[in-house]
Write a protein that binds this ligand. Structure first.
Ligand SMILES: Cc1ncc(COP(=O)(O)O)c(C=O)c1O
Length: 460
């Protein structure tokens, strides 16, 4: 008998413990956001109804992860929890050295303190904001070389996170001596959570071989990327995701990792590599900044939870649900005429705020305008990924980012379909009034990573 097929998006888990959500009125939210200087990072979380600010560290841990926490061994040195963690990482990413850190940016800081520096240039498909900031903090230049389709919100290229190989070759041949490593971010968060194909990764590897450069993955969403490869890249439809991940890892010399994403951690990360000399140097910095090499910035219990989370991250039932439920939100918005970046990414739906509010100049921050409106209208917290995040340059100048997006990031295993249906309704309401949204100006900003703390005011 044929296996029956169903179209319902099936959450491959049931709820075990619940957290209350706090309802609020529009008038209350207006007050909250004004007091937060129109910066959603400055809101108190209890004033948020549906929190789509980030998928980072906000996932629900499983019963087995909570059980694993009980195995946490808090020995300062040589904890068995470290070896459980190291083995789980090396089953997917068999690098010689695995260095635990408290989160992804610590791995970036340690890596670029060692290999960055003035006169250096670091190419990436698109640097995430903290990666760019850490490259630049070392004095190096961070260059984004994603394919042109990756900057076109309407392009339907299946692998919009791909590196532009001709541009990378151009950079390596012109400034090869200044490039300490090539990075590829999977999936490409700042470019819409778009995947990188295996074919493209092989192409990057070939160029790295030709120019003698190490390749590092920024692998936060490696499992989602591997699932897209399985679904979209010819010849991979029958493969186990673990096997695809191993092939991705085998093309690289090392990785930075925020374990707050696909590995289902509420905290954690690692830096891994094959290079013994560099690993030694990085461990020395680790001891100065994070902790002893068998715990990094983490507790033994965190290491145990991550080891278990890694096994759940590559389960096919989970990945099928994860990617399908993100697409559900994106497709519903498209049907209602809300412009979204396509194809729908893995961990988030990105609204094209520049297209939604074309009356706003990019330097009036359309992404900020739409994010604030989503909060006021329905208590939904999102994040701007556009000119606020990327517009200010180290020399003090400001230019529009290539896109002005609002990211609706979906925490893993947290919200149900009815929560998402509510989000769809709120987005539709904001879209109906988008031509009347005010732009914003920044009244106070720090030198770097301004989106976290800048103060805004509406331009009335
Ligand atoms: C692609 C990418 N790289 C690096 C980071 C930084 O990780 P963390 O927030 O754990 O420092 C993030 C976080 O969102 C990310 O999405």
């Amino acid at each position: 008998m044929d296996e029956p097929t169903y179209t319902t998006i099936f959450e491959p888990f049931r709820i075990h413990s619940v957290e209350p959500l706090r309802m609020s009125t529009r008038a209350e939210r207006r007050g909250h956001v004004e007091r937060a200087s129109y910066n959603l990072f400055q809101l108190r979380a209890e004033h948020v109804l549906i929190d789509l600010l980030t998928d980072s560290g906000t996932g629900a841990m499983s019963r087995d992860q909570w059980a694993a926490i009980q195995h946490g061994d808090e020995s300062y040195a040589g904890s068995p929890s470290f070896y459980v963690f190291e083995e789980a990482v090396r089953e997917l990413f068999p690098f010689r050295h695995v260095i635990p850190v408290h989160q992804g940016r610590a791995a970036e800081k340690i890596l670029f303190s060692a290999v960055g520096g003035p006169t250096k240039v670091v190419p990436n498909n698109t640097h995430f904001d903290t990666t760019r900031a850490n490259v630049e903090a070392s004095g190096a230049l961070a260059v984004d070389l994603v394919i042109p389709e990756g900057k076109d919100p309407a392009s339907d290229h299946p692998f919009k996170g791909n590196m532009d190989l001709a541009a990378l070759e151009g950079l390596l041949s012109a400034r090869g001596d200044d490039v300490p490593c090539v990075m590829v971010t999977v999936t490409n968060n700042s470019g819409g959570g778009q995947p990188v194909s295996l074919e493209n990764l092989h192409g990057v590897r070939r160029l790295c071989n030709r120019y003698g450069k190490p390749l590092y993955l920024d692998a936060c969403r490696f499992a989602e990327n591997a699932w897209f490869i399985r679904e979209r890249e010819e010849g991979h439809g029958e493969r186990d995701v673990r096997d695809i991940v191993l092939e991705m890892a085998g093309l690289a010399d090392g990785m930075t990792m925020s374990a707050k994403k696909d590995p289902m951690g509420n905290i954690g990360g690692w830096l891994a590599m094959d290079d013994d000399v560099l690993a030694q140097q990085c461990r020395n910095t680790l001891i100065l900044t994070e902790g002893f090499p068998t715990y990094g910035g983490l507790a033994g219990r965190d290491l145990e939870a991550l080891a278990q989370g890694l096994t759940e991250a590559v389960a096919h039932d989970y990945l099928r649900y994860r990617i399908r439920s993100t697409a559900y939100l994106g497709e519903a918005l498209q049907e209602r005429g809300v412009p979204v970046l396509t194809p729908i990414g893995g961990h988030a739906v990105y609204v094209d705020a520049r297209a939604l509010a074309p009356h706003l100049d990019p330097l009036q921050y359309p992404g900020q305008a739409v994010s604030v409106a989503l909060y006021e209208m329905g208590g939904i917290r999102t994040s701007e990924i556009g000119t606020v995040m990327f517009g200010r340059h180290p020399d003090g100048t400001e230019t529009p980012a290539s896109m002005d997006l609002v990211r609706l990031a979906i925490p893993r295993r947290v919200y149900t379909q009815s929560h998402i249906d509510y989000v769809i309704e709120v987005c539709e309401k904001v879209a109906e009034q988008a031509d009347r949204l005010p732009g914003y100006r920044i009244v106070d900003e720090p030198k770097a990573l301004r989106h976290f703390t800048a103060a805004f005011e509406p331009i009335r």
